[in-house]
Design a protein around this ligand. Structure first.
Ligand SMILES: Nc1ncnc2c1ncn2[C@@H]1O[C@H](COP(=O)(O)OP(=O)(O)OP(=O)(O)O)[C@@H](O)[C@H]1O
Ligand SMILES: [Mg+2]
Length: 258
């Protein structure tokens, strides 16, 4: 199987001022992380709040510059490429954030929200745009009649489906999901997870799937990485991490769900 994303010794630190004097503190948000994602596989990232999961996600999308280390996307070193170069690669790697009102522009209709990535990345011809919007809506389980609505006329779950449709619109093969269901009502969470599972199979997607919930990650992913204070303290096949964990923090997580 081919490696589609390769991360080597990746680190990110933030320097923050701790007082009005010039005292500074260094936060090692991601520390020396190495992993490889193969075509069609998914990796789950778990860890307590502040362990570096979202920083990791933002580094992969180059929404943050790494302090050191390397990122290869489909064999190409993207670590230090410019923002304009990276724009081309954003077609291949997309991110789904936790749903909040801020994620979708409230002034755009569902149709406009889906046309945006299609236009930016020139995915289909102009004449095929409308039918592509309908295809995407159907793929994420929305009725095509919803396309003239605005985000505030849809439920949280429906808006999260729109966010997912925008991510798959570019035909991305890698989708980084940062807590994609944690802001949703429990009754809707399962439906969105089922949708993500279905899309993974249908579109042969690979996920980097971030969650606090080990059960969710175990269900969605072939491999699990446990982050603790910026490091991958455990990384392996889902079964091995669940049944042969070595790190105390993983054992604690497991105790909580068993
Ligand atoms: N822009 C920033 N400037 C300074 N510190 C930051 C910045 N972004 C993140 N951090 C710090 O880096 C560490 C990791 O944060 P991160 O958001 O990656 O954690 P997380 O695992 O996603 O947490 P959560 O589960 O709460 O979402 C935290 O200590 C956080 O305060
Ligand atoms: Mg986070």
């Amino acid at each position: 199987m081919d490696s589609i994303l390769k991360v080597e010794n990746l680190s990110k630190h933030f320097i923050i001022k701790t007082s009005t004097f010039s005292e500074k503190e260094i936060i090692h948000a991601v520390k020396n992380v190495t992993f490889e994602l193969k075509n069609g596989e998914s990796i789950g990232l778990i860890g307590e709040s502040g362990s570096g999961k979202s920083t990791m996600a933002n580094l992969l999308l180059k929404l943050l510059e790494p302090s050191s280390g390397k990122i290869h996307l489909f064999g190409q070193d993207i670590t230090y490429i410019s923002e304009s170069e990276m724009r081309k690669h954003r077609r291949d790697i997309q991110i789904i954030f936790q749903y909040t009102n801020a994620v979708l522009d409230p002034k755009m209709t569902v149709s406009e929200l889906l046309l945006e990535p299609l236009r930016i990345h020139k995915i289909v011809e102009k004449s095929e745009m409308d039918s592509e919007v309908d295809r995407l809506l159907t793929l994420v389980g929305l009725k095509t009649s919803e396309k003239n609505k605005f985000p505030n006329q849809l439920s949280g779950g429906q808006n999260q489906r729109v966010i997912i449709a925008r991510a798959i619109a570019t035909r991305a093969k890698i989708i980084v999901c940062d807590e994609p269901v944690s802001a949703l009502d429990v009754s809707v969470q399962g439906q969105i997870l089922n949708l993500l599972s279905k899309l993974k199979d249908e579109l042969k997607l690979s996920y980097i799937f971030i969650s606090h919930d080990l059960k969710v990650v175990a269900h969605m992913c072939d491999q699990i990485a446990v982050m603790y204070k910026g490091e991958f303290v455990e990384f392996g096949k889902t079964h091995d991490v669940l049944y042969h964990s070595e790190h105390d923090y993983t054992k604690k997580l497991l105790e909580a769900i068993l």
